[in-house]
Ligand binder design. Structure first.
Ligand SMILES: Cc1ncc(COP(=O)(O)O)c(C=O)c1O
Length: 376
C-alpha cells in the first residue's frame, strides 16, 4: 500500500538527461508494466515465493517460445551451466571441459563449481567465437565436454561442434547466456545439444531484476533430473536423493520474466536495426551470422583512449572482455601460458562494446557511430 506514484507511472518517466548509458532497462519495463503488476499481484495473493505458479508458468512459456520441450529455472546462468555439467556427470578433476578463452569468466567458474577441469581453446579471429577446429586443437584424451558459447548473441559453429562431440563421445553444453531468442538457420538451439543454458541477469536481452537463469532441453528425463539437482536433490519433499545444490529461480523474478518474454522478439528486432546502423557505418566483419545482437562489438587499436573520449562526450561503452580466461589469476595454468591463445589475447586488448538495446534509437546509433568513426 503506497501513496506515491504507481510503478507504471514511475517506469514511464524519461531518463533525466541526454547522456547515453550503456544499459537502461526502463523502456523494457515500461512496455510490460501492466503484466508485471498483474503477475506480482497474483504472487502476493498466493503467498508462495519459491518454485510455484509463476516459475512453473514461466518455464512452460519459455520452453514454448524457444521451441524446446522443457525449461528449468535456476538461480543464475552460472549455476545453469554447472547444473548441466552435473547432470551429465562431468564433475571430477581430470575430466576436462573445453571453454573458449574469450567469454565471461562465469562460464569457467561454472566448470570449476561442477568439479571438473578447464581446458581453454582459442577463438576465430573474425567472429571471436569457438569453432570446431579450435575445439579440436584443444582436445585431449581427457576431454569430457565442450561449452559452445554464443558470445555477444552471435551463433557459434554449433553444427561443427555437435559433429565433433558426437564423433568423440563428449557432452555438448551451450552457453546461451547472451543469446536469448537465437535460432540457427531457423532451428531452435535445443536441436543441437541436450543442454542450453541462459542467464537472466538484468542486462540480458531477456533480463530480470536480479540473478536468474534457466536450462532448456528437449529431454523430459534431463529436465526432471535438473529439477532435482537445483533443489537440494529433493522432489517436492525433504528427502535429498543425490548430492545437489540450491539454485532455484525465484517467483518474484518469474513475475517479471513472464511479462517481458512476449516482448523479446520485438526488442531483438529493434537490436537488429541498431546493429544494421552500426554495421553500415563501421564495417562489421560478422554480417550474415545468426545473431540476436546482445552486445555490439568493434575493435580498435586505440581502444582505451577511444573509450575515454566517448565517455567525455557522454557515451558509455563496455569491454567484453578485458582479459582472456587463461590469463585470469583464477584460471591460469602452465598449460596455457601467455601467447598460447593469440586470437583471444589480441581481441581482449581491442574489443569495445557500443551501447545497443531498447534505449538506443536509430538516430542515436548514427550519432554514436559517427563519434566512433571520427576517432578510428
Ligand atoms: C557468456 C556468459 N556466460 C555465463 C554468464 C553467467 O550468467 P549469470 O551472471 O546469470 O550467472 C554470463 C553472464 O553474466 C555470460 O555473459
Amino acid at each position: 500500500v503506497t501513496s506515491g506514484p504507481s510503478a507504471t507511472a514511475v517506469l514511464a518517466q524519461p531518463a533525466p538527461d541526454r547522456r547515453v548509458p550503456f544499459f537502461d532497462l526502463r523502456p523494457v519495463l515500461s512496455r510490460a508494466a501492466a503484466a508485471i503488476e498483474e503477475n506480482l499481484a497474483a504472487m502476493h495473493a498466493s503467498g508462495r515465493y519459491i518454485l510455484s505458479e509463476q516459475v512453473r508458468s514461466f518455464e512452460a512459456e519459455l520452453a514454448q517460445a524457444f521451441g524446446a520441450g522443457h525449461a528449468v529455472g535456476t538461480g543464475s546462468g552460472t549455476t545453469a551451466i554447472e547444473l548441466c555439467l552435473r547432470q551429465a556427470g562431468v564433475v571430477r578433476r581430470g575430466q576436462e571441459v573445453i571453454v573458449p578463452a574469450n567469454t565471461s569468466p562465469f562460464t569457467a567458474q561454472a566448470v570449476l563449481s561442477a568439479g571438473a577441469s578447464l581446458r581453454f581453446a582459442d577463438v576465430d579471429p573474425d567472429t571471436l567465437l569457438l569453432t570446431a577446429e579450435s575445439a579440436e586443437r584443444a582436445w585431449t584424451p581427457r576431454t569430457a565436454a565442450v561449452i559452445a558459447v554464443h558470445l555477444y548473441g552471435r551463433a557459434c559453429d554449433l553444427a561443427g561442434l555437435k559433429r565433433l562431440c558426437e564423433e568423440r563421445g563428449a557432452v555438448l553444453v551451450q552457453d546461451a547466456c547472451q543469446a536469448h531468442g537465437l535460432r540457427i538457420g531457423g532451428r531452435p538451439l535445443t536441436d543441437f545439444s541436450p543442454y542450453t543454458a541462459y542467464s537472466f541477469y538484468p542486462t540480458k536481452n531477456l533480463g530480470c531484476l536480479g540473478d536468474g537463469g534457466a536450462v532448456l532441453t528437449t529431454s523430459v528425463d534431463i529436465a526432471a533430473e535438473l529439477k532435482r539437482l537445483r533443489d537440494g536433490g529433493r522432489e517436492d519433499d525433504q528427502l535429498a536423493r543425490v548430492a545437489a545444490i540450491n539454485s532455484r529461480l525465484d517467483e518474484l523474478h518469474a513475475c517479471y520474466l513472464r511479462a517481458l518474454l512476449p516482448h523479446l522478439e520485438h526488442w531483438n528486432q529493434h537490436r537488429s536495426r541498431i546493429a544494421a546502423v552500426y554495421d553500415g557505418m563501421l564495417q562489421s566483419p560478422t554480417r550474415g551470422l545468426d545473431n540476436v545482437h546482445h552486445l555490439y562489438i568493434i575493435r580498435a587499436r586505440n581502444r582505451d583512449q577511444l573509450r575515454a573520449e566517448l565517455l567525455a562526450e557522454g557515451i558509455q561503452t563496455g569491454v567484453h572482455y578485458p582479459a582472456p580466461l587463461h590469463l585470469h589469476p583464477a584460471f591460469a595454468s602452465p598449460e596455457h601460458p601467455p601467447g598460447s591463445l593469440p586470437h583471444a589475447e589480441a581481441a581482449c586488448g581491442q574489443v569495445l562494446s557500443l551501447p545497443i538495446g531498447p534505449h538506443i534509437d536509430e538516430s542515436l546509433a548514427e550519432r554514436i557511430a559517427e563519434s566512433v568513426r571520427r576517432r578510428l
